[in-house]
Design a protein around this ligand. Structure first.
Ligand SMILES: Nc1ncnc2c1ncn2[C@@H]1O[C@H](COP(=O)(O)OP(=O)(O)O)[C@@H](O)[C@H]1O
Ligand SMILES: [Mg+2]
Length: 252
């Protein structure tokens, strides 16, 4: 069993409609009442702007804190059923527990990721589960997708994104879905990565796996350029990202 960090607490929650649920939270930030974050009505009252839509991250505030809520789902192609259940094997192996602990571990390695706040795993049937994760909002941040649909980025910013990715690779982190929406840039120019579902710290991160991460990001940028009416991405930008990445890898 993976040992939770000292400030992580776990308890059996009430769950919705009589379902059994387990909750994990960071007791330095919230208390056991964080269970309310997973209540649809509570969330709708505390979220920014809109009511939570399915398959979308929700920004909400509680006291002085600002948080981001996401529900795990698979599939989700437009018009298709969004499936929210997974086969249950062991709590530590659930998507939300893995992502919660991975974020915690990456933060202890000083990697720029959001702080995990709470997660819930709900047994949907004896063999299946679903769940949610809440993280601390990265203040003053926008995703690369949002930024590039407004204005181009200077080469230095692209290079910084490359250096940030290299920092993760140096710690053997494999990001399972490195795309432009999972890269956040703050107003102060810091780069954060989010959305570590199915990601992992590998015993050894091969050059091939690292390259697969970069290629996925490149494909995502090209796809957005094709699909969005305005999207500032040119091959020179990619070269700037690669040179930042390569320099950071070489500096080791
Ligand atoms: N901690 C965070 N702080 C600020 N924005 C976030 C945070 N986590 C997610 N987001 C925003 O919400 C979007 C969706 O969250 P993400 O974790 O990527 O879930 P999904 O599985 O829906 O892609 C991200 O692209 C990012 O723009
Ligand atoms: Mg995402």
């Amino acid at each position: 069993m993976r040992l939770p960090t000292v400030h992580c607490r776990q308890f059996e929650g009430k769950g919705s409609q009589g379902k059994k649920s387990q909750i994990i939270y960071d007791s330095e930030i919230v208390g056991p009442d964080c269970e309310q974050f997973f209540d649809r009505e509570w969330l709708a009252r505390h979220c920014d702007r809109c009511a939570p839509k399915r398959g979308q991250a929700v920004l909400f505030s509680n006291g002085d804190g600002e948080f981001v809520y996401k529900r795990y789902h698979r599939g989700g192609l437009p018009g298709r059923m969004v499936k929210r259940s997974y086969w249950y094997h062991d709590l530590d192996e659930t998507r939300m527990w893995r992502e919660f602990h991975l974020l915690d571990r990456m933060r202890s390695l000083d990697l720029p990721v959001p702080r995990p706040v709470a997660a819930r795993c709900e047994k949907l049937s004896p063999l299946t589960y679903g769940g949610e994760l809440v993280t601390e909002k990265i203040p003053d941040s926008q995703s690369l997708t949002e930024m590039l649909s407004r204005a181009p980025l200077p080469a230095e910013a692209w290079s910084k994104v490359g250096r940030a990715i290299a920092g993760f690779h140096r710690q053997r982190v494999y990001h399972a879905d490195l795309n432009a929406s999972n890269i956040l840039l703050t107003r102060a120019g810091e780069v954060f990565l989010v959305d570590f579902d199915k990601s992992e710290i590998r015993e050894k991160l091969t050059a091939r796996a690292a390259l697969a991460n970069l290629q996925r990001l490149h494909r995502s940028l090209c796809k957005l350029r094709r699909r969005l009416p305005v999207f500032h991405f040119a091959e020179d930008d990619w070269r700037a990202l690669r040179s930042g990445y390569d320099a950071a890898v070489a500096a080791g």
